[in-house]
Ligand binder design. Structure first.
Ligand SMILES: Cc1ncc(COP(=O)(O)O)c(C=O)c1O
Ligand SMILES: N[C@@H](CCCC[NH3+])C(=O)O
Length: 435
């Protein structure tokens, strides 16, 4: 059964339960489409990283990559769990500030940080900026010098490692818009340039090889490549890194095709490799940082939709249409991403046929799921799509002037609205009359 592959249960009414709350009552009380998160699972995922580092006695920081899902409530949970936070824009930093997230635990990314973004990071006294390109080194150096301030930074590098994932979410390959290239000497040039800016405290290297990755081997190759560069800087300049940030990218299960490994295994493997490399280089073990996004929230979220029209093309396929689509989950249209779902009010019933789930946008490519096994299905049934917690709400759009759905957190059998459903007034609120 599909449900057995996802961390949710079925109650005595045959309804899907999320965190102990009936999905039908959630759909009824809050409307659909609706993003629902089981907060206990978010906490469990976060702890599996943090506790493993503790168990190994390693000095570490786990930063939640807030691009996966950022909202005030979400960041409050992350803060409660003691994680750090990765932001990539002024908007994500603003959300963190509004959530009261401790600024020293915030790290800023981005491949084109503006003067304004860097200035905001300085004003907020965030913990670290991850520099991505030469333009930023000069911009940050000048801003800090003007204000007589200092900042901890990491240098993001691309190690030239192709991760086994969709081309659009590979980031460690040589032909990448992110970071300083290691192979062609750019990273070394950046290292030399950083010496000119005493206000920039260069703490170490950062590398993120991509997203939705299931093996540890590419992470280990990337680590080895980073250490080769660090060994050169030690030999030539006696540079000793204090921090090594190995990014995020740990894969989750969307469908039966995905075989995720326990998050602990990434931590064990990477700590062992960093230990080995540090010993070979004869330096103290640097602090190890990680940045999981999807691994923290992906499998904790479910999207509930109401089924509307249905269309059968005999001998070809049966379509069911839902009240959302690519506006609340862009991933199928953008990456051909696959999902699994159940009919929430028939979650105990055996599938008898396959249907394809269409969104309601004016695009033939707005298909959420192809060939989903379902029991007999009717208009007004509620469809629950699993593993929509990461990059769903955060990539939602107003295409076709759809209002963004609400977000509900469920914990201890209680449901709480944490992001309001947008109204159509919200959709037009920045439009100005031309008359
Ligand atoms: C720099 C950086 N860190 C962390 C992440 C989080 O990735 P994921 O959600 O796959 O863990 C990303 C996104 O791929 C990223 O670009
Ligand atoms: N948005 C992507 C991941 C991007 C990761 C950030 N660099 C996804 O849904 O899989």
């Amino acid at each position: 059964m599909i449900i057995d592959r996802h961390p949710f249960t079925v109650n005595s009414h045959g309804h899907l339960e999320i965190g102990g709350v009936d999905a039908l009552s959630l759909a009824h009380d809050f409307g659909t489409p609706l993003y629902v998160y089981d907060v206990s699972l978010i906490r469990r995922n976060a702890r599996s990283f943090v506790d493993t580092f503790k168990e190994l006695g390693v000095n570490a920081k786990v930063a939640y990559a807030s691009k996966a899902f950022s909202s005030i409530a979400m960041l409050q949970v992350i803060q409660q769990e003691g994680l750090c936070l990765d932001v990539v824009s002024e908007g994500e930093l603003y959300t963190a500030v509004e959530a009261g997230f401790p600024s020293e635990r915030i790290h800023m990314h981005g491949n084109n940080k503006s003067r304004q973004e860097l200035q905001m990071a300085i004003e907020q006294n965030i913990g670290c900026i991850v520099l991505d390109n030469f333009y930023e080194i000069e911009l940050l150096g000048d801003l800090l010098d003007q204000q007589n301030k200092e900042m901890d930074v990491l240098m993001r590098v691309t190690p030239g490692v192709n991760s086994k994932t969709h081309q659009y979410i590979m980031t460690g390959n040589e032909d990448s818009k992110f970071g300083f290239n290691l192979k062609n000497g750019q990273a070394d040039k950046a290292f030399q340039l950083l010496k000119k800016y005493p206000s920039i405290r260069f703490k170490g290297l950062h590398c993120h090889i991509g997203s939705q990755i299931f093996e540890t081997d590419r992470f280990l190759s990337a680590t080895e490549i980073l250490f080769a560069e660090l060994a050169k800087w030690k030999r030539n300049d006696n540079y000793i890194p204090e921090v090594l940030n190995l990014g995020g990218g740990f894969g989750i299960r969307y469908t039966s095709e995905d075989e995720p490994i326990p998050y602990e295994q990434y931590v064990y493997a990477l700590v062992e490799e960093v230990r080995k490399q540090s010993e070979e280089m004869d330096i103290p073990l640097p602090e190890i940082w990680m940045e999981p996004g999807r691994a923290i929230v992906g499998n904790t979220g479910v999207t509930l939709y109401t089924i509307g029209s249905m269309k059968s093309i005999p001998g070809i396929r049966e379509y069911i249409s839902v009240d959302g689509g690519m506006t609340d989950n862009l991933r199928p249209a953008l990456y051909g991403a696959k999902y699994e779902a159940v009919i929430a009010n028939k979650a105990d019933q055996t599938p008898v046929k396959e249907v394809s789930v269409a969104g309601k946008c004016c695009e033939s490519g707005d298909m959420l799921i192809w060939d989903l096994p379902v029991p007999e299905v009717q208009t007004n049934d509620v469809l629950a799509v699993f593993s929509t917690g990461a990059y769903g709400y955060s990539m939602a759009s107003h295409y076709n002037r759809f209002a963004k759905p609400a977000v509900v957190f469920v914990e201890n059998k209680e449901a709480k609205l944490v992001v309001k459903r947008e109204s159509y007034q919200d959709v037009v609120k920045n439009d100005l009359s031309y008359l």
